[in-house]
Design a protein around this ligand. Structure first.
Ligand code: SF4
Length: 439
């Protein structure tokens, strides 16, 4: 999408407002002076100022929202307006523009829009509010992690290709290595690139199957109008193949992290028959590195076995600490919310590091009911970290799915939610990435 040009109607613009931006049918971004960008959080609509936003982080992308009308704030009239055409070019259709922000930034206000009749689902991205101020785009986010783990500027293609050639020689028969090559070179997966470059965290996908049916699953959208963003791995590597890749990474990055449970697979707990012996093989060779499991934590006994085998940390994906809202999103097959809580207890009882992969959506996560459930959970289970992840799912459809199963009061705002959690749980860490636990 390219910025086209400024269009203005009056002189009395308020300096601190973010100027609204919309897209025309050609995908060009048009700045509408005299109109302010509006943030959405459930029923809330807020004209945005620079105080609620920051310059858009490097690597963020602009999203064009088809079959929808942008909602902006007419500064002169002092009112919200749903735009069905360009106010400066009558008859010219305009579309909402949103920001898909880089890792490490949690969305505080969503792009505000209204759906046209018959609109399709939006694809699996997050849709942050964006506007223009001074000489650049601004977006309504808060930084929760300063680590440049997935900063693409630190992953030059040449370096990745060099690493690919290196491991082709070092482990020619390793199927997992071959799968990661495709992830790095074709899908552009930052985690796979980091393996070949030898930095931070390496991925260990193992599971073709899953026992959940998340509404926003990136790797499987069955009987769904939403396209999934990547194919699932279709085999489970042998324990020796897993250990070989993991050890190669830990040898190069002693404080590195190796993680089961990636976007290109189901849930690793369903591949524990391969993972448990692999973890034992790794720990027989080294006590370095952090072995992490990204999971839906559905199988407490399996979680206990993996920590006993030498795993160090677990990140539990969760959209809500209220069972009804959890079930409406994860659609568990053969397990229950209580099992997820049981897995967390097993991990904490073994001294494991536990993080929530907290799927955040302004207008839902920052409601009083969600906050109360989160606080009650944290009181009972003193986990170490919340990873604030922007939910990659159609916001209005998500609200509808959650409203169908539970009541929601007025959102407090994600910035306020973060403040309250930090104040009430001062020992709890906040971030985005799986931490290295190597001292
Ligand atoms: S737990 Fe993961 S793999 Fe399973 S359905 Fe949910 S997003 Fe997909």
């Amino acid at each position: 999408m390219t910025r086209r040009r400024r269009q203005s109607k009056s002189t009395s613009t308020s300096e601190s407002y973010l100027t609204a931006v919309v897209a025309n049918a050609a995908g060009e971004i048009v700045e509408l002076e005299g109109f302010a960008a509006v943030g959405m959080a459930g029923p809330l609509r807020l004209p945005l100022t620079v105080r609620q936003a920051r310059p858009i982080p490097h690597g963020s992308e602009f999203m064009f929202l088809p079959d929808r009308c942008p909602v902006v704030f007419d500064i002169d009239a002092g009112e919200l307006v749903t735009l069905h055409e360009n106010p400066y070019a009558p008859g010219e259709p305009v579309f909402p523009v949103a920001a898909f922000n880089s890792p490490g930034y949690v969305i505080t206000w969503l792009c505000c829009y209204e759906e046209n009749a018959g609109a399709d689902f939006l694809p699996l991205f997050s849709y942050g509010a964006v506007g223009w101020h001074g000489e650049g785009f601004y977006t309504a986010v808060q930084q929760v992690d300063r680590e440049r783990r997935q900063d693409l500027r630190l992953m030059p293609r040449k370096k990745v290709e060099g690493g690919v050639r290196h491991f082709q020689k070092q482990m020619p028969a390793n199927r997992l290595r071959r799968h990661l090559e495709k992830c790095a070179l074709e899908y552009g997966c930052p985690a796979a690139k980091n393996f070949f470059i030898g930095r931070c965290e390496a991925p260990l996908p193992t599971a073709p199957a899953c026992n959940a049916r998340c509404l926003g699953c990136l790797s499987l959208q069955k009987d769904s109008p939403i396209p999934c963003s990547q194919d699932r791995i279709d085999f489970t590597p042998a324990p020796e193949e897993i250990a070989e890749v993991a050890l190669a990474h830990i040898e190069r990055v002693p404080d590195g992290v190796v993680s089961f449970g990636q976007g290109c697979e189901g849930d690793p707990l369903l591949a524990a028959e391969a993972i448990e012996p692999a973890v034992r093989l790794i720990r027989r060779q080294t006590d370095q590195g952090t072995i992490n499991l990204n999971t839906n934590a559905s199988l407490p006994e399996t979680v206990a076995r993996l920590f006993d085998a030498g795993m160090n940390s677990m990140r539990v994906s969760i959209n809500s600490l209220r069972e009804a809202c959890y079930a409406a999103y994860f659609r568990p097959q053969g397990y229950h919310f209580a099992d997820v809580m049981g897995s967390i207890e097993e991990a904490l009882a073994r001294g494991g590091h536990v993080a929530l992969n907290y799927l955040n959506l302004p207008g839902f996560t920052d409601t009083p009911e969600e906050y109360a459930a989160l606080a009650a959970f944290l009181e009972e289970r003193p986990i170490q970290l919340i990873q604030w992840r922007n939910l990659n799912y159609d916001p209005l459809r998500y609200y509808a799915a959650m409203d169908a199963v539970a009541a929601h009061g007025t959102p407090m705002g994600v910035a306020q939610l973060l403040k309250r959690v930090k104040k009430r749980f001062p020992n709890l860490k906040h971030g985005y990435f799986n931490p290295s636990l190597t001292p």
